[in-house]
Design a protein around this ligand. Structure first.
Ligand code: GLY
Length: 389
């Protein structure tokens, strides 16, 4: 096993983040390789494709919400560029989202969230039950009202992954079907990566974008090892048989305090998600979580009883201690991190790719401290918090 000729950049991981980084870096003139045994799969494939800066805005996560809003604004150009590069459609849909309350106590909770959205200046409008059902006639008459979120959209994440793989190939990105075991370095600077099947790949820069496995790659100094953990999510893929109606837009629901979402596709498909399970890195599918999901979804959209179940897809979200992504340079010169996107990997892919390309352009220096959308999401923030506590 030898050393594969060097590249300007090796991206560790071919999920949506790694592929978007590789495509944009190659477009900026770099010689790029991606190492992944099964690119485009994993959490990227299991996702539902919601672009939901508002629905995913939570109390105490104001910086993340600001980043997510900026990310939502980047999607139209990203989708357009990707479609132009590949001739494929990625089914970017701007029909907004309805957040629905299953019962009166869920309504109290959605009202609290609405007040938070409005305080942050996000687009969110309270709707009564009839207005919800006018907007989405398939909703049950038993719902307790909802909130219109006109800026939360969706894209077909699988179409995006397929298009990114095409775009990478066309842009000359080398795809290496292997796993990286460690990052190589000498004299405080990266030299490339070592592969599981043997051999190594030389590179001036390495981008660690291995999702929930990013913390397992060897050769990364402890000071910059990303503290990601796997948070399992299971989505179901359904289809409306001929003659059975489809949702007009994404519906998110709170039912007896539990959350679910239903994302309709252009072709009559529907993605129902998702469980949130802190049970390590297994891809098992516990029936209880799926049963709850189906029960909650049927309660708000009863016609689902007529849909066919096509697929059950478990994936591992890369969770972080503060739910924010980890993007930026590290103490090891030439090593960049782009991981920890947790529930927002599809949404954040375009801005993450732009940030990484900017960092590569500045040899890792990036935007000055305190500036830029990722300023609050640098890899060193956890060490700084540990030191201060
Ligand atoms: N972004 C949706 C989820 O993580 O389930």
């Amino acid at each position: 096993m030898g050393v594969t000729p060097g590249h300007d950049v090796v991206v560790v991981g071919g999920g949506i983040i790694g592929l978007a980084v590789a495509w944009r870096a190659a477009g900026a003139g770099r010689d790029v390789a991606v190492v992944d045994p099964d690119p485009g799969r994993g959490a990227t494939w299991a996702a539902a494709g919601m672009l939901a800066p508002v629905a995913e805005a939570h109390f105490g996560e104001e910086s993340l919400t600001a980043l997510n809003v900026a990310a939502g604004r980047a999607w139209p150009d990203f989708a357009r560029d990707l479609e132009a590069a590949t001739g494929r459609t990625v089914h970017f849909r701007r029909d907004g989202t309805l957040l629905v309350a299953g019962d009166p106590s869920d309504r109290t909770a959605t009202d609290r969230v609405l007040a938070f959205h409005q305080a942050m200046g996000l687009a969110a409008v309270r709707l009564g039950r009839s207005a919800c059902r006018e907007a989405e006639p398939l909703l049950s008459p038993r719902i307790s009202g909802g909130v219109d979120l006109p800026d939360d959209h969706q894209v077909d994440n699988r179409a995006v992954a397929t298009a990114l793989l095409d775009a990478c190939r066309t842009a000359g990105v080398t795809m290496i079907p292997d796993r990286v075991t460690r990052v190589g370095s000498a004299g405080g600077r990266v030299t490339g990566v070592v592969l599981a099947e043997g051999g190594s790949v030389g590179a001036a820069s390495v981008v660690l974008a291995a999702g929930s496995r990013s913390g397992e790659v060897g050769g990364v100094p402890d000071s910059c090892r990303p503290p990601v953990r796997p948070v399992r999510g299971v989505t179901l893929r359904l289809r409306a048989p001929d003659g059975v109606p489809c949702l007009r837009r994404t519906v998110r629901a709170l039912v007896h305090g539990r959350s679910c979402y239903l994302v309709p596709r252009d072709d009559g498909g529907l993605v129902l998600g998702a469980t949130v399970e802190e049970r390590g890195d297994g891809l098992e599918v516990p029936l209880g979580g799926v049963a709850d999901l189906v029960e909650d979804a049927r309660r708000v959209v009863p016609v689902l009883d007529e849909y066919s179940l096509l697929e059950v897809s478990p994936g591992l979200r890369p969770g972080t201690p503060d739910n924010g992504p980890i993007v930026g340079p590290t103490d090891l010169v030439g090593l960049l991190v782009a991981t920890g996107h947790y529930r927002n990997g599809i949404l954040l892919a375009p801005v993450t790719a732009a940030e990484v390309v900017a960092l590569l352009d500045s040899d890792g220096c990036g935007t000055p401290p305190g500036l830029g959308p990722f300023a609050a999401f640098r890899p060193d923030r956890f060490a700084a918090r540990g030191a201060g506590s």
